[in-house]
Design a protein around this ligand. Structure first.
Ligand SMILES: [Zn+2]
Length: 599
């Protein structure tokens, strides 16, 4: 990978939309959740080149070429790896550390600002924990009144910014940060009439915002004085922080999200902190903005199941409704949980406890039901006009759902709830320009057979084990299967050496990141045949299948083969020992053999 740092390559991949990229080279046609085209890498008359947006990969079913955005550019533009990274970095506005001194400085600046943020997280935190001044006591009293104790302050690294003009700034100067670095950190505000700058956050309780790797990105600050105009202010956009690209709490939540295979999305800092303190760890906060595509892509590394939790004031409703369509387009399973008008997760848990909160989460309703209930509350479904409005509002949302089976189900449901004949709804849908009933990939019926069929296509390779490729397919579909497989299957249990190599890598990445991005995974292999297997397996949509049963089937069968191979090994060893007359060894092998048979 040469001189380009790993995290910059990751950033380039994260910031590149493979659909936009490939569409700038060849025309793409949307079919369901994917895009199709005539393959640019071999001659064909019917399209077999598929781009999968939510995995950020492409795969050709004709010539088996497959990969991520980088792979596409390398192949199409005939570029080397580093050149391809540079090209995409330029498109995505990502800085690459180069021998060019000007560029080098910019990349160093990112690192310096991470360090500056970290220094200031510590500084604010120290103020709050150890400060003796009356204003610090006031801040601690405020937190106590919100039921936030010292353990919690430490866990979330909460801090306090003195009501002074030169607190964080002085700390940074003292730690050797330059004026430019201090200004670009967003922690200070430049003076208008003279040189210099002053602290942005003054007299406020500070909530540091970290990225999913625990690096301090930005800060949220809550006012303590009643006369402060803004209750919360946040860091401005910096080289590290862009509004709508990060989720508060993801660094703490990622393990729990994978374990629960679901994430609860709340609005504010306290909405997140309270459930986490109550033992509900799979929570992230969007910090007041509607969910963006970037948010959804971050979440999808860990799960496809989102529970949106909003207080039902007007802002909450508008934000929820705005974010609905994005979620559907990105192929997430979304439910909505509601609290009463004057409640938020913090106040609810303090009043009614964690169990009641869990109950609300369990009662979360589908997005379809949520939107329909909002609309029927706003428009009279007993009148023809009311029904027409509801229908017109619901249909575009339904059409965003990638699965045709689910979409058709909702169209029927809508017709029945509004007491309109189904074909009238269908007609309205066509009139509104709903998607034509395009051919979509059929849901796999016999998953094991289809696994076998796949690998007969991979030219020049022996057939892969169907259960091993299905296991890998599951792991590439949902991180929770990596967590489960990690506990029961060792790479050594796998017979196919290519799958064994891929699975070992998947485990390694998962241990570090708690997620496995397919687009990033293909980067780790130079061998085109291996990349092709990964992109092919990651293509399949497994959502509608019984993944739990499939997983259990795979594990049972892989374990069975692995035990059989072990028995054979012991039998061979036993007969060798017999020939050599080593009876102790024979007894030892016999015992091991018996254990396996019992196990
Ligand atoms: Zn092709």
């Amino acid at each position: 990978m040469g001189l380009i740092p790993e995290d910059v390559i990751q950033q380039v991949i994260d910031r590149t939309n493979i659909v936009e990229l490939i569409a700038s080279y060849i025309p793409l046609k949307k079919t369901g959740g994917n895009y199709k085209a005539l393959c640019p890498f071999h001659n064909e008359k019917t399209p077999s080149f598929v781009v999968t947006p939510h995995k950020q990969i492409f795969h050709c079913f004709g010539c088996h070429e497959g990969g991520n955005a980088l792979g596409f550019v390398m192949k199409h533009e005939r570029l080397g790896f580093a050149e391809a990274v540079r090209l995409l970095a330029g498109r995505a506005g990502v800085m690459i550390p180069e021998s060019d001194p000007a560029v080098r400085v910019k990349d160093d600046l990112r690192q310096r600002i991470f360090q500056a943020n970290e220094a200031v997280v510590e500084y604010y935190h120290r103020n709050l924990v150890a400060g003796k001044e009356p204003e610090v006591k006031l801040a601690r009293d405020y937190l106590k009144s919100r039921s936030i104790d010292l353990d919690c302050v430490k866990r979330f690294r909460i801090g306090y910014a003195y009501d002074a003009w030169d607190g964080a700034a002085a700390e940074l100067r003292q730690k050797g940060f330059s004026a430019e670095e201090i200004l670009k950190s967003g922690l200070v505000v430049p003076r208008e009439k003279s040189q210099g700058y002053y602290d942005r956050f003054r007299g406020r309780v500070i909530f540091p915002i970290f990225d999913y790797r625990d690096r301090a990105l930005a800060f949220g600050a809550r006012a303590l004085k009643k006369d402060d105009k803004a209750k919360y202010i946040n860091s401005p956009e910096t080289v590290l922080y862009t509004k709508g690209q990060h989720l508060y709490g993801l660094n703490w939540a990622k393990d729990a999200i994978v374990r629960e295979d679901a994430v609860i999305v709340v609005e504010g800092y306290m909405d997140l902190i309270r459930p986490v303190l109550a033992g509900i760890g799979n929570v992230v906060a969007s910090l007041g903005t509607a969910l963006t595509v970037d948010h959804v892509r971050l979440i999808r590394r860990y799960t496809r199941n989102i529970i949106m939790l909003f207080d039902m004031d007007t802002a909450g409703q508008a934000a929820t409704l705005r974010s609905l369509d994005t979620l559907l387009e990105e192929d997430m399973n979304v439910r909505v949980a509601a609290l009463a008008d004057d409640e938020d997760p913090d106040s609810f848990i303090l009043k009614d406890g964690a169990e009641a909160f869990r109950g609300r989460i369990k009662q979360a309703i589908s997005l379809f039901d949520f939107k329909l209930s909002r609309l029927t509350a706003a428009h009279n479904a007993h009148t023809i006009e009311g029904r027409a409005v509801i229908c017109q509002e619901m249909l575009p949302t339904i059409d965003k759902i990638p699965s045709e089976v689910v979409r058709d189900g909702y169209v029927r449901e809508l017709a029945s709830r509004l007491h309109i004949p189904e074909d009238a709804v269908a007609k309205e849908r066509r009139r509104l320009g709903g998607m034509a009933v395009a051919a979509r990939p059929r849901v796999e019926q016999d998953h094991l057979n289809s696994g076998r069929a796949v690998h007969q296509q991979v030219s020049g390779r022996k057939e892969l084990s169907p259960e091993e490729s299905l296991l890998l397919k599951l792991m590439l579909a949902e991180p929770k299967w990596v967590a489960e497989a990690r506990a029961v299957i060792l790479p050594e249990d796998l017979r196919d050496d290519v799958i064994r190599r891929i699975v070992a890598k998947v485990y390694e990445v998962f241990d570090k990141e708690k997620q496995v991005g397919v687009a990033a995974l293909v980067n780790l292999f130079d061998d085109g045949a291996v990349r092709s297997i990964i992109t092919r397996l990651a293509q399949d949509d497994l959502v509608l299948n019984d993944q739990k049963r499939m997983f259990a089937d795979c594990v049972r069968s892989i374990k069975g083969f692995s035990r059989k191979a072990e028995r054979q090994r012991l039998r061979d060893a036993m007969s060798a020992a017999e020939k050599a007359g080593d009876w102790d060894a024979v007894r030892g092998f016999q015992e091991q053999f018996n254990r396996i048979i019992k196990g």
